[in-house]
Design a protein around this ligand. Structure first.
Ligand SMILES: Nc1nc2c(c(=O)[nH]1)N[C@H]1C(S)=C(S)[C@@H](COP(=O)(O)O)O[C@H]1N2
Ligand SMILES: [Mo]
Length: 387
């Protein structure tokens, strides 16, 4: 009886299965798309880019189907020891990594998270996805068939198309279920409120201290720290902590240590409620206080040709924003009214609404007005702190 059900399942599988080469190429194309869209999604921080996450989810669900066909087809080559050849171990590893990448992605989206060595399940998902790249390249190198050999008939194309549509529908259904189950606290980026992610380390204001890689400077002394505003400006500025913090009387803050709040100068401090959304999968909404970068640019006078503003940390970590956007961001000295702690970037850190956490440079000491953007920032943020 059980066997009957099994063979019926097998028969159904065979009936809907697209031709092998179609599955293989659809797999390769979908995985490439997933890696691309996954990387691009890291740069999306405003709802206008939500579609990148939609496509990534739908692609992931289509992969579930494609991978099922593929693994079903090759199962005997793995379960029959005599069929193993030199390439089999790597193929098995690749299959495991692929399944794990999919499983962690789906698990995260349905609300799961199992912190592992300081990694969220989303971190793990990204790591597995990236680990797949070299594995697939090796696999393609040894098993490559030209797409010209692919026997694409209309039925095969339809089946594959149906699989992609099925992926999109399944994803829509999972979203709807998630909303019903109260998972609406997840942002469109997939990030969850910090409170949901126990296991994350917190300091000061109840949200995790996160440095993307090895950036870990000594505490910066507020009294000797200055913020420079230079580059394409009429008059470069050199501001001390009190001026950036917006305290009219900088001494009003003395003596209280972290968290002390002098009342003097409160009126000149700009505040902004903004969401810090880290690519490791958490977000926090905080009220940040400090100086509007637009005010700094007005004081310094942005010169002709100024198109970007670059924010540079004491560690060298940096990010640039188009000048129009930069006017509306904050160099924050405070969060929730309290002075920033060292881990959160004291004396001052960038608060850039609609940007992802890794772009919110901490321990800022220079604001540079520039003609051009800064493609090298991508590399710098990854390697900053490794000497
Ligand atoms: N200089 C510097 N700024 C940085 C980072 C870093 O490693 N170095 N990490 C970024 C990342 S990945 C995030 S999510 C936020 C985290 O801010 P928090 O530590 O205050 O939560 O800071 C960003 N700013
Ligand atoms: Mo982050």
């Amino acid at each position: 009886m059980f066997g009957g059900a099994r063979s019926r399942l097998a028969a159904t599988f065979r009936r809907v299965e697209p031709p092998p080469r179609v599955v293989d190429w659809a797999l390769a194309a979908t995985v490439a798309f997933q890696i691309g869209s996954g990387l691009v999604s890291f740069t999306v921080g405003s709802p206008g880019g939500e579609w990148v996450f939609w496509l990534h989810s739908a692609g992931g669900l289509a992969l579930v189907g494609l991978l099922a066909f593929k693994l079903w087809r090759v199962r005997r080559r793995v379960t029959t020891p005599a069929a193993w050849d030199g390439a089999t171990p790597l193929s098995v590893l690749q299959a495991l990594v692929a399944v794990a990448a999919l499983a962690t992605g789906v698990f995260w989206v349905v609300g799961g998270n199992v912190p592992f060595l300081g990694w969220t399940t989303l971190n793990l998902h990204v790591g597995l996805g990236l680990a797949l790249v070299p594995l697939i390249l090796i696999h393609l190198g040894s098993k490559y068939h030209s797409p010209r050999d692919v026997d694409v008939d209309r039925r095969a194309a339809l089946r594959t198309g149906a699989l992609l549509v099925g992926g999109a529908l399944a994803w829509q259904a999972s979203e709807a279920t998630d909303r019903l189950l109260g998972g609406a606290s997840r942002r469109f980026t997939g990030s969850k409120p910090t409170a949901d992610l126990s296991g994350a380390e917190t300091e000061g204001g109840e949200f995790p201290v996160t440095s993307w890689v090895a950036d870990d400077p000594d505490p910066v002394d507020r009294d000797s720290w200055t913020l420079s505003v230079a580059g394409l400006v009429d008059e470069p500025l050199e501001l001390d902590y009190g001026e950036v913090d917006g305290a009219a009387d900088a001494t009003a803050d003395e003596g209280g240590g972290d968290g002390a709040d002098g009342d003097a100068g409160r009126e000149s401090r700009a505040t902004l409620e903004a969401t810090l959304d880290c690519t490791s999968g958490w977000y926090t909404i905080q009220e940040w206080g400090g100086v509007r970068v637009g005010d700094l640019l007005e004081s310094a006078g942005a010169a002709e040709g100024a198109r970007y503003v670059r924010f540079v940390s004491v560690t060298g970590y940096r990010w640039s924003l188009p000048v129009e956007e930069a006017r509306d961001v904050l160099l924050a000295t405070r969060v929730g009214g309290d002075r920033l702690s060292h881990g959160h970037g004291a004396p001052a850190r960038l608060v850039a609404p609609d940007r992802r956490g890794f772009q919110w440079v901490k321990w800022v000491e220079r604001v540079e007005v520039r003609r051009r953007g800064d493609p090298a920032q991508w590399l710098v943020t990854l390697v900053s702190g490794f000497d």
